[in-house]
Design a protein. Sequence first.
Length: 648
Amino acid sequence: MYLKRLKTLIVLIAVAQVALAVRIGYLQVVQGDHYRSRAEALLQHTELVPTKRGSIHDRHGLVLAMDTGCFDLCLDYRLMTESQRWIRREVQKIRRTESVARDRAREIFDRRVENTWRLVERVTGKGRDELKRTVVARIVRRVETIRGRVGMDIREQRQAHPIVRGLAKRLDTSELADTVGVSSPPSSTRVYPQGHAACHVIGTMGEVSAEEQDRLNVPADGDNWLHAVRRNYLPGDTIGKSGVEKLCEAVLRGRRGYRRYRRVRALSAEGAFTPGQDVRLTIDIELQKRVAELVRRTGRNGCLVMLSVPAGEILAMVSVPTFDLSRWRRDYNDLVRDVVNQPFKHRAVGELYPPGSTMKPLAAVGALADKRITLNTTFTCTGSMFASHPHRFRCWIHRKGGHGPLSVRDALMQSCNVFFYHVGELLGVQGMSFWSRQFGYSQKPGTGLGEEVAGVVPSQGTRGEARMLAIGQSGLSVTPLHVANAMATLARNGEFRSPGIVLGPASPPQNRRTLPGGTEVYAAVRRGMDKVVNDPKSMTAYKYFHGRGVAELGFALCGKTGTAQTSVRRVDTTGDGQADVTLSGNMVWFAGFAPRTDPKVAFAVMLEYVPDADGGGAKNCAPIAREALRIWHQMGYLEPGRKDAEPR
């Protein structure tokens, strides 16, 4: 019996050893690589290295936006999350260094924690509870997101994280004395050296939203997690929110680097960060600054656009009022509360206005190209379209008896409404809609800026509405950039090009097409616009370019005035639901191109809510355009051989 039991035991031991050997062989040979990788991963920590955002430059290389050195105020993650293990270790450290009892060490630790939060409150100007709800909560979400994707504890759980970024100087030793878990390391921040200049074009940055993360991030799982985390947006990351910062986000952003550490050992692997690429704009920032001042001096809100006729590149795009990109976060509440002036609004591309009489050259092109009229067609203006109803469809000089018989060129010179009422009636709403679309008014301008809006172009209506469309009223609304680009299209004999704001591969493709009509049609319309500015018989803009006391430009230009009626805007500035400010008046314009022969620049100037008593587009906008062109000329844009305005 004993020998039988012994044999059975030996057999069982042998079977177990064979099974164990088979299992060990399977794990080491078949699954060896898999478990070796898991073991190595468990022995490693991965630290993400921030990237550097690319700079934004004007067309001549001047810096408009860049990352620059600064200092941050950082708190240890374990302090923010009140890690008990870290607290015990810090208390124990105080016991050793201060040679005090445990209770006394805890009192010292608690005092240092309190001093730390007081320092943070002083630097941020925010209360502790608010900071914990916002900044601290965001940091915790970010770290937990990374930790969840990695599947293990990460280095960020033992690091300090920025609470305040962009300090001009490092906190000194005295400020950090008797604190715990706080530091002031070197860092970088986004700076905008030009301040107010081109603020709407350059744009702003802000914290990435959950919606943006869902839309832009790729799955971070399996072997792909590190690649995904390096490019994905994590909670607390910044992203372009408007302007070129948003348009060129993918180019400017770059990609994080990483460092992988073995526990107790040194660095085991790393990947350098990929800096963002620089972006160069078509804007000439010095021209932008100088022409912006012309608009600001009027004391009114409005905008001015100047673009290269040969290349279709925007040289200046001003929207007033402006704001300082270097301090817009600090001024944010005040800027948002200014509901009357709305400084964040990019009026040049993001706000729609009735174009008024700047529409008349486009209507003239349509009527001539469609052979609804000829160069010899005349209509007689008696001050209104119908003698039996003198107060309906009036001309702007209706009290003076009218302009008399006019051809298309003289009708443009005098900006005669009656002539263009007939043109609108001949083309009809559908014809006016067709030609408005040809000049790009029904589409977004085409720069790619997120603030762009498409114009509103009615496609159905009565004969009366068709008449009003021909003078830029009756629901037709466009942006100032639309109008400036239409002027460039006229200057190019009907060659349409969508305007560009970015140079190089980051620029959206330029849309090009040739509009119907022939050279004779566009030449006739340009002749009418020439007479607006340069014919002594002109009752619109002549005196603002050639009048007494006006310094001549030294080159001729073509232009068109505009005065568009618009609805009253009522504003509630107190938030009590009752409008307490009323804005009324006309949207006034002056648009055109220069020089008259071989045009190099097209422009549009627009001012908001100008009362009838203060005059129209000629009086208010023509002098701005004149001085803007003078500046443009002084800056050398008419010099022979200049390359800035050549086609792309």
